[in-house]
Design a binder for this molecule. Structure first.
Ligand SMILES: Nc1ncnc2c1ncn2[C@@H]1O[C@H](COP(=O)(O)OP(=O)(O)O)[C@@H](O)[C@H]1O
Ligand SMILES: [Mg+2]
Length: 270
């Protein structure tokens, strides 16, 4: 793939929306798995104290000796915090509930917004040769999410196809603008992806229409359907792409990965 849209070899994407339950973690896990199927090497950073991405990829709490908390607060070594998953080209930095106190513990740290940025740009990172680093953000616009946005090249926004979906977006966009002004001028919006889409439901169609009217090309053409296989997969500690490779959910995440990769080739050609 082209390198022009990436710095230091890998493209860092924060998956963010301050609403909970909109499909951030599901998108992080399954987009990661789909990018791996495309031949990419991917690192998933679990930045949510709930640790759902870690659980969903089969990293038991007992195996989370070193976590994003250690990376950010204790300056732990990358080699210690990066864990291999069952997919060869997918690694994860897991999270535990420890991370929930980071906000307060870091309050007097002058570099508090740059901790993840600096951790992901240490020289040892280049040796891993990631194509993509996906950051699964918590459901809040707190210091952790700001760290993700300062560290990232772009923000990918899952939007649940339901009532009030667009309501929180202006706040999220404002935070992105503030991060651009203060710390990361090059931060782009990777795109908005409609999740849990039900094509038989008028409401889903209405949300899609509103999103496309308001956000135009920022909305991915790919929509992720509501699909029970997607919601079952985490309890088997697998991405849906592996749990049920032919399910509609698996197909949609493959399509999303292809669209994302194609967009990067467009950006590189600009
Ligand atoms: N496409 C989908 N089809 C069915 N269920 C989904 C889908 N996407 C997410 N879910 C379910 O919705 C819930 C919230 O998703 P999650 O990814 O954890 O959201 P967030 O990380 O934004 O809080 C989870 O139970 C998840 O399994
Ligand atoms: Mg989540």
């Amino acid at each position: 793939m082209s390198d022009m849209s990436r710095s230091g070899g890998s493209r860092i994407i924060a998956i963010a929306n301050q609403k909970g339950g909109v499909g951030k973690t599901t998108t992080a896990i399954n987009l990661a798995a789909a990018l791996v199927e495309e031949g990419m090497r991917v690192l998933l950073v679990d930045l949510d104290p709930q640790g759902n991405a870690s659980t969903g990829l089969g990293v038991d709490v007992e195996d989370r000796n070193y976590t994003t908390y250690d990376l950010l607060v204790e300056e732990a070594e990358l080699a210690d915090v990066i864990k291999q998953t069952d997919l060869e080209d997918l690694c994860i930095i897991p999270a535990t509930v420890d991370l929930s106190s980071a906000d307060i513990e870091l309050i007097s740290n002058e570099k508090r917004s740059f901790l993840l940025h600096d951790a992901l740009r240490q020289p040892a990172m280049t040796e891993y040769d990631w194509d993509y680093v996906l950051i699964d953000c918590p459901p809040s616009l707190n210091l952790l999410t700001v760290n993700a946005m300062v560290a990232a090249h772009s923000v990918l926004i899952p939007l649940q196809s339901e009532f009030f979906a667009l309501e929180g977006l202006s706040q999220l966009m404002l935070t992105i603008r503030e991060v651009r002004q203060s710390a990361n001028p090059a931060l782009r919006i990777e795109g908005v992806v409609l999740t849990m889409y039900d094509r038989r439901n008028n409401l889903s169609q209405q949300v899609e229409q509103d999103a496309r009217e308001n956000l135009g090309d920022l909305v991915f053409r790919t929509k992720i359907p509501r699909n029970v296989r997607v919601s079952e997969a985490p309890s088997y500690a697998m991405p849906v792409l592996n749990y049920d490779p032919t399910s509609l959910g698996a197909k949609a995440y493959r399509q999303l990965a292809a669209e994302l990769i194609a967009n990067h080739q467009d950006i590189a050609a600009e």
